[in-house]
Design a binder for this molecule. Structure first.
Ligand SMILES: *[C@@H]1O[C@H](CO)[C@@H](O)[C@H](O)[C@H]1NC(C)=O
Ligand SMILES: *[C@@H]1O[C@H](CO)[C@@H](O)[C@H](O)[C@H]1NC(C)=O
Ligand SMILES: *[C@@H]1O[C@H](CO)[C@@H](O)[C@H](O)[C@H]1NC(C)=O
Ligand SMILES: *[C@@H]1O[C@H](CO)[C@@H](O)[C@H](O)[C@H]1NC(C)=O
Ligand SMILES: *[C@@H]1O[C@H](CO)[C@@H](O)[C@H](O)[C@H]1NC(C)=O
Ligand SMILES: *[C@@H]1O[C@H](CO)[C@@H](O)[C@H](O)[C@H]1NC(C)=O
Ligand SMILES: *[C@@H]1O[C@H](CO)[C@@H](O)[C@H](O)[C@H]1NC(C)=O
Ligand SMILES: *[C@@H]1O[C@H](CO)[C@@H](O)[C@H](O)[C@H]1NC(C)=O
Ligand SMILES: *[C@@H]1O[C@H](CO)[C@@H](O)[C@H](O)[C@H]1NC(C)=O
Ligand SMILES: *[C@@H]1O[C@H](CO)[C@@H](O)[C@H](O)[C@H]1NC(C)=O
Ligand SMILES: *[C@@H]1O[C@H](CO)[C@@H](O)[C@H](O)[C@H]1NC(C)=O
Ligand SMILES: CC(=O)N[C@H]1CO[C@H](CO)[C@@H](O)[C@@H]1O
Length: 633
């Protein structure tokens, strides 16, 4: 009953603000009871409770039946387009459709890295989306998104996933042509481009923003910098018709959208890390949390439980909301969830001494850091802790009154692979888009994969039964060019320590533009934004197969490998060449490489090497504004 009512409310809101209407209709749903402020509501008949992470939720299990079926036609179409000579995609899929679990189970993961990651990742999603004009032409990869079961994002990659899902599974092209969303010309610290929209001045923006957070604070909830950060992000990523950053949009409302309920889009998952009290640097033994549309929680042994996302903020004790308590809704604000996954302000602060900025600013920042550190105010506070006195959780988690949750990349696993290597999810292949800034000039060097691999080695501890393909050290990545072109890891499933997906590593590289902007560059002209998106398109398609005409076929081989192994089928002939060219074969070269500073890979007319993107100029401006923001508080 609730769903139709909500739709009604949404359309009333829309009608009231037709003047501000744009091409993108607002979705998921503005269904929070009191805007940004979490509010008491009556508990549903089945009171919300914490469940063990030993299985998938019944919600996900039921939904997967629909989704896996929905991927079959897109997969036939995609594989049919990938020039897999001698392979009949339709008959293979039809032959196994009665047992869908035999067919490929595809996931896509988009890494963190601020706006660089959002835009480079957007290029990947644009290329994978069969709704993008031209994306189903020969040499392209459109339809991979429609074939995927899961889409995970973290930090800047989470902004991308959030922008798509909160706005009704919109396309990247529509986000690019929107006059309200993804407007990065003015930095988030100034707010939406007032001159352009004539709606909101910076002062008004900050006023609105602070008031909404005050509402949460006044209602008795702990707030932190992440609340402000998440509110600010929302003005760029949520197309609320009131131009108020959609304070009433929840992440859990994604589960209520009709197309999602019918399994017509992949399952979106955002990742964040846990940080122990008093800890400043997140170790690789951190707890990795996920937000899916139904739940918040972790498969890690430290928590090993999931809370119903819609009722986060309720007072759980021992896994139950006591009959004397009311339930709370509206805590899982969509911007707050995106902000949690990207609470990079503390990373930012931690790196301040390594930058060239004037010492005056450094000192100011160090003071702020001390203040924030002392009150633990530089993280997202999840209070009350849903895992309070929850039996499965470790004592340090089950006794905490609140959880500290931080940017999903802080443990070094900057690609959100954790949800996708859970054995219960049975993922066959992950397309892992890496926009990390590992090297001096802000290119990836495989660090993220190394971290995830290392974590999996402690299978009885923090790895908790997960497996991951072997990957080489970061020096090898650079020396062998494995961070400059796609590489497959885990091609040979018999060389794994347990069931694990084949990983198609897609590192950011300069195909048509230098897409290595600083993580802390906060303002982008639309032209620069769009060039990086196009570059990302070229990264995953290898320049629409101009760098290697066999690349599309090789993507097909990666998709099919695990499935054909299960069904005892023979891979198409071309896969032999593909695996020779793209599978890492165990070779290492661990010598320290020279600085990695590649020139453009596709254009011969353009300037040679342009390292300026890696310098810290934009940071100075950003820091100055951030300082004034902190000072103003
Ligand atoms: C959301 O998108 C779907 C598919 O494009 C469309 O049918 C539906 O009308 C859209 N919903 C809203 C509220 O715009
Ligand atoms: C999730 O599953 C539970 C139990 O089956 C059900 O009560 C609930 O409505 C489901 N949630 C959503 C959003 O569909
Ligand atoms: C599977 O998906 C197809 C295409 O969307 C649909 O027609 C069919 O009813 C679905 N089957 C099941 C069992 O859901
Ligand atoms: C398809 O593959 C064949 C053999 O591998 C090759 O000769 C042909 O050029 C490819 N076609 C396209 C459109 O890439
Ligand atoms: C992670 O390791 C650090 C340092 O060894 C330790 O202090 C901390 O308790 C560990 N955390 C967990 C959750 O095991
Ligand atoms: C930066 O360095 C100074 C001097 O070494 C130190 O006092 C300060 O705590 C450092 N600040 C940060 C943010 O690490
Ligand atoms: C790789 O990246 C890490 C940071 O993620 C950095 O510390 C290391 O120096 C880099 N190494 C190379 C060879 O690029
Ligand atoms: C494995 O994980 C456990 C629990 O998190 C920890 O106590 C142990 O030190 C870890 N072992 C290694 C080799 O990292
Ligand atoms: C690949 O196709 C996309 C989308 O049509 C286009 O923007 C891009 O320029 C193409 N890349 C190359 C190298 O032609
Ligand atoms: C393994 O790959 C390296 C390059 O990465 C290549 O030089 C070597 O010949 C390959 N070895 C085999 C056995 O294919
Ligand atoms: C095979 O597994 C071993 C042991 O985990 C590892 O050292 C090696 O690099 C793996 N080879 C490949 C090609 O993944
Ligand atoms: C496979 C595996 O090791 N699973 C463990 C994960 O952690 C929980 C909680 O500690 C254990 O109960 C599982 O056995």
């Amino acid at each position: 009953m609730r769903f139709p009512l909500i739709v009604l409310v949404a359309s009333v809101v829309d009608a009231a603000s037709i003047a501000a209407s744009v091409a993108l209709a607002p979705r998921a749903l503005p269904n929070a009871p009191d805007g940004y402020t979490p509010a008491n509501v009556s508990c549903p008949a089945t009171r919300p409770s914490i469940r063990s992470a030993s299985a998938l939720s019944s919600n996900e299990t039921e939904w997967l039946k629909l989704r896996r079926n929905e991927t079959l036609q897109p997969m036939k179409d995609l594989l049919g387009r990938l020039n897999l000579t001698g392979f009949d995609a339709t008959s293979y899929i039809n032959q196994h459709a009665s047992n869908v679990s035999n067919l490929p189970n595809i996931a896509i993961a988009v890494s963190g890295g601020g706006y660089r990651a959002m835009t480079n990742g957007a290029g990947a999603i644009k290329a994978f989306d069969d709704r993008t004009s031209g994306a189903t032409d020969s040499g392209h990869l459109g339809g991979l998104l429609q074939s995927a079961t899961y889409l995970s994002g973290l930090s800047g990659g989470g902004w991308l996933v959030g922008s798509v899902y909160i706005n009704n599974f919109t396309t990247i092209s529509d986000l690019q042509s929107s006059d309200r969303l993804w407007q990065l010309k003015t930095s988030i610290l100034e707010g939406p481009d007032a001159k352009h929209l004539q709606i909101l001045s910076s002062a008004k923006y900050w006023d609105q923003l602070v008031k909404t957070v005050d509402g949460k604070k006044d209602a008795g909830f702990n707030t932190s910098l992440t609340d402000y950060w998440g509110r600010a992000l929302s003005y760029q990523f949520i197309n609320s018709s009131n131009n108020d950053g959609g304070p009433d949009y929840t992440w859990s409302s994604i589960a209520l959208v009709d197309d999602f309920k019918r399994g017509q889009m992949p399952l979106p998952i955002l990742v964040a890390d846990g940080r122990s009290p008093g800890e400043l640097i997140v170790g690789s033994n951190s707890t990795v949390y996920e937000f899916n549309p139904w739940e918040f929680g972790s498969f890690d042994p430290s928590v090993f439980g999931f809370a119903p996302l819609e009722y986060l903020g309720s007072r759980f004790e021992g896994g139950e909301v006591s009959t004397s308590s009311r339930c709370v809704r509206g805590f899982d604000n969509a911007g707050f969830v995106m902000g949690t996954s990207s609470s990079l302000f503390n990373q930012f602060l931690l790196q301040i001494n390594g930058t060239d900025i004037p010492s005056v600013l450094k000192d100011a920042f160090t003071d702020i850091l001390l203040d924030l550190g002392e009150s633990n105010d530089d993280i997202a506070v999840y209070s009350p802790n849903p895992f309070y006195q929850y039996d499965n959780a470790l004592e340090s988690f089950s006794t905490a009154k609140y959880l500290d949750v931080v940017d999903g990349g802080e443990d070094g696993q900057n690609i959100p692979l954790h949800p996708l290597v859970q054995p219960n999810r049975h993922v066959d292949v992950v397309f892992a888009v890496d926009s990390s800034a590992d090297t001096k000039y802000s290119w990836p060097n495989g660090t993220s994969l190394v971290k995830t691999y290392e974590r999996s080695l402690n299978s009885t501890g923090i790895g908790n039964g997960t497996a991951f393909p072997a990957v080489p050290d970061v020096n090898t990545f650079v020396n062998l060019g494995l961070s400059q072109r796609p590489v497959f890891f885990g091609c040979n499933s018999s060389n794994l320590t347990g069931p694990a997906p084949l990983v198609v590593y897609l590192p950011n590289a300069p195909y048509t533009t230098h897409s290595n902007t600083s993580t802390f560059q906060l303002a982008y002209e639309n032209s620069e934004r769009d060039e990086i998106i196009t570059n990302g398109y070229n990264v995953v398609t290898r320049g629409n197969a101009t760098s290697d005409s066999e690349w599309p076929s090789c993507v097909g081989c990666a998709i099919l490998q695990r499935s054909m192994e299960r069904t005892g089928s023979q891979l198409p002939d071309i896969c032999t060449t593909c695996f020779q060219n793209y599978c890492w074969n165990g070779t290492v070269d661990s010598r320290t490489p020279p600085d990695y500073n590649p020139g453009l890979l596709l254009s011969n007319t353009s300037k040679s090497s342009d390292a300026t993107r890696g310098t810290l100029e934009p940071t100075v401006a950003a820091v100055a504004v951030v300082v004034s923001f902190f000072m103003a508080m």
